[in-house]
Ligand binder design. Structure first.
Ligand SMILES: Cc1cc2nc3c(=O)[nH]c(=O)nc-3n(C[C@H](O)[C@H](O)[C@H](O)COP(=O)(O)OP(=O)(O)OC[C@H]3O[C@@H](n4cnc5c(N)ncnc54)[C@H](O)[C@@H]3O)c2cc1C
Ligand SMILES: NC(=O)c1ccc[n+]([C@@H]2O[C@H](COP(=O)([O-])OP(=O)(O)OC[C@H]3O[C@@H](n4cnc5c(N)ncnc54)[C@H](O)[C@@H]3O)[C@@H](O)[C@H]2O)c1
Length: 634
């Protein structure tokens, strides 16, 4: 039916980024989805971002991906979370209009040069000499290609559970992908069974809003994309609502717990620890007398409300009973019941850091297929898989982001190095260099890389360079500029700064005081102060206020880099290296790390094993040097 450079299987959040990235880099790309209604579909929470996830979206954007731009077009409420904590964990979260999010992404894909979107179910791969070179669809069409990107999400052998009922299905009543799942097992890919769940949806007009607490978005809109300015994006259009479970809710759930598919033993898949079902929360945290839940509109043109925090696999009659005990939901009409879904995914330790399979050449993998959970995690991997499929075709080295460069680096390194026994969710606590991996500096960390790899447009790049120059210039100006002594102590007192000074002091040092903001300095600053926008002012302030901590972290990064730069050859035979423990030999052979740094993060590889590897590398280096010299001399 056709020949392409890249075929992407699945047009969820991973597949959309993968397809766009490969096409933007110059590959003729085909994006196949079982159903075009599932393009960038949100089968669960109608929101993008949140703790850790907001960071991923900013990074995707800085590299030239689409998720940030798409949510900026379609958000209906925006909120910065964790503002009472340090800037490292500030996380942007936006409610999306679910349907508009899907339609806007579909439109972007439809209008992208070199990218074709088609509805088709892939049922098999064509593999020649260990490398994938095409796909076969249910209607026996064959598409040949140089690389395939697997992004099948929760559809692969999807099975839905509601109480005692269980049936094969994809999410939201869509068809599951069964044949492809069988083929992947046949090809010997080590597959896993994971599960996830979603709460009920309720009819907005049947809720009692007087009994719930209104949750409005922020006054000031902060965009996800570095290309946008908040003031131009529109405003918050909806409210969310906060309510709580109570002892009646918990009693009903506990009395019927055996009827939950999770507890009856029907579900074999492992669920996400950090998005537990309400059954899990009530049974695991028995001392808690209530759990909070948010009622969130799914869009502007629908009456459906999402009940965040209350996913379940209890039967429908029990769902009716326990949801109705919640203040505000007493008379709620359930329009879609909560359900759990089990699906197949691959063991991510069988992937290289480029996201290419170690078992089938030219097959790249991304998203829920790799054992992660979440739209943002999926999109981040999709982007990298798209870039690396294109680079492999062009004979170039893959893009592998370090743990010090991006949350995307942390996410992929965790998956391919440590593996995961449950759906993996990103969290700020998973990153060791949080203070340098902030949302606000994602452009500084990644836009040049995106430009070099061919994804960032000239327009984005020049916007970034202008911002960089402005911010760096302003920091330099503040470092060299002294406050006028006659105005100083009066200013300090006005800011509640008790530490008066008898010395001259620079604006830079003034700004290091926690109680003094960049904005406040304006009154003692003169006309040389440049006009900065919100993002630029924020970056200036954070970089000065946290300079000490940031420098400390950068020094740690330098240490880590030494280990990351010590590359391990791909064909190393760990079984013949003396001194390695048996477990280390097995794990190192399985993961085949690319560097000493990656090796040191494999569970089961001890510091003593790392020393053995370092000695081995040094011996190899000397022996290579000797043979080179001998060759030269003789
Ligand atoms: C019930 C439920 C609850 C969830 N809860 C949340 C949540 O609250 N928040 C959250 O962020 N994430 C949640 N998730 C997970 C979230 O949906 C995924 O993490 C995210 O959508 C994964 O993106 P993806 O691109 O990997 O896969 P998906 O979005 O699932 O997309 C898969 C795509 O692959 C296509 N496809 C599959 N097989 C084939 C085939 N053989 N041939 C052609 N096309 C194929 C599908 O049509 C679809 O387009 C939930 C998922 C479900 C179903
Ligand atoms: N819910 C599930 O069953 C499930 C299953 C799989 C994956 N996930 C993952 O979970 C993420 C969604 O997780 P979640 O359900 O924990 O929600 P979330 O990550 O969006 O977090 C919700 C939290 O956001 C805060 N919040 C602030 N303002 C809010 C508002 N107006 N409305 C709602 N919450 C507000 C609250 O602290 C609340 O606890 C997805 O990104 C996905 O990765 C969830």
């Amino acid at each position: 039916m056709g020949e392409y450079d890249v075929v992407v299987v699945g047009a969820g959040h991973a597949g959309c980024e993968a397809g766009l990235a490969a096409a933007r880099i110059g590959c003729e790309t085909l994006l196949l989805s079982m159903n075009l209604e599932s393009v960038a579909m949100m089968p669960c929470n109608p929101s993008i971002g949140g703790t850790g996830k907001g960071h991923l979206v900013c990074e995707i954007d800085a590299l030239g991906g689409e998720m940030g731009l798409n949510i900026d077009k379609t958000f209906i409420q925006s909120k910065m979370l964790n503002t009472s904590k340090g800037p490292a964990v500030h996380s942007l979260r936006a409610q999306a209009d679910k349907t508009r999010y899907h339609l806007e992404m579909k439109k972007t894909i439809e209008n992208e040069e070199r990218l074709s979107l088609k509805q088709a179910e892939v049922v098999d791969l064509i593999i020649d000499d260990g490398a994938v070179c095409g796909v076969v669809t249910r209607t026996n069409s064959i598409y040949l290609c140089k690389a395939v990107i697997m992004c099948t999400g929760t559809f692969l052998a999807g099975k839905v559970f509601i109480g005692e009922s269980a049936y094969y299905s994809g999410p939201s009543g869509l068809a599951p992908s069964m044949e492809l799942a069988d083929k992947l097992h046949e090809y010997g890919l080590p597959m896993r069974r994971f599960k996830t769940g979603t709460p009920a949806r309720m009819l907005a007009s049947t809720l009692d809003y007087d009994k719930m607490k209104q949750q409005d978005g922020d006054e000031e809109i902060i965009p996800f994309s570095f290309m946008n300015e908040g003031e131009k994006l529109g405003r918050n259009q909806i409210s969310c609502w906060l309510s709580y479970t109570n002892s009646d809710t918990h009693r009903i759930i506990l009395e019927n717990i055996e009827r939950s598919a999770m507890y009856s033993g029907n579900i074999v898949g492992v669920g996400p620890r950090y998005c537990p079902s309400i059954e899990d929360k009530v049974s695991r945290f028995k001392d808690r007398d209530r759990h909070q839940l948010f009622v969130e509109p799914e869009g502007l043109d629908t009456e459906e409300m999402y009940i965040q925090g209350m996913s379940s696999s209890l039967p429908e009659d029990i769902q009716e009973e326990f949801y109705h005990t919640i203040p505000g939901l007493e008379n709620a009409e359930i329009v879609r019941p909560a359900y759990a879904i089990e699906y197949d995914c691959v063991d991510p330790t069988t992937l290289k850091p480029s996201l290419e399979s170690k078992l089938i050449d030219n097959m790249f993998c991304a998203g829920q297929f790799n054992g992660s959970s979440g739209y943002e995690e999926a999109a981040a991997q999709g982007l990298i898989a798209g870039i690396n499929a294109a680079r492999k075709i062009n004979g170039e080295n893959p893009l592998v982001l370090g743990r010090n460069e991006a949350y995307i680096g942390v996410l992929i390194d965790d998956l391919v190095t440590k593996g995961t026994m449950e759906p993996y969710r990103i969290m700020t606590s998973r990153a060791e260099f949080r203070l340098i991996l902030r949302q606000d500096n994602a452009d500084r960390r990644l836009t040049e890389i995106g430009y070099e790899y061919g994804l960032v447009s000239d327009e984005r790049y020049s916007k970034f360079i202008t911002k960089k120059k402005l911010v760096d210039g302003e920091i330099e100006r503040l470092r060299n500029k002294y406050a006028e002594f006659s105005k100083l102590n009066e200013f300090l007192a006005s800011q509640g700064s008790h530490e008066a000074t008898n010395n001259n002091i620079t604006f830079y040092d003034l700004l290091r005081r926690p109680e003094i903001s960049y904005e406040a300095l304006k009154v003692i600053d003169d006309e040389t102060r440049p006009e900065l926008n919100r993002a630029e002012r924020y970056e200036v302030e954070v970089r000065i206020k946290y300079a000490g901590y940031i420098d400390k972290q950068l020094a740690q990064v330098e240490k880590m880099k030494k280990l990351e730069n010590k590359k391990l050859p791909e064909n190393i035979n760990y079984n013949v290296i003396n001194g390695l423990r048996l477990e280390a030999r097995q794990k190192l052979s399985e993961i085949n790390p690319i560097s000493i740094g990656q090796a040191s993060r494999i569970s089961g590889v001890s510091p003593a094993d790392i020393n053995v590897l370092l000695i081995y590398l040094e011996k190899e280096r000397r022996s290579n040097e000797r043979s080179e010299r001998n060759e030269y001399e003789g």
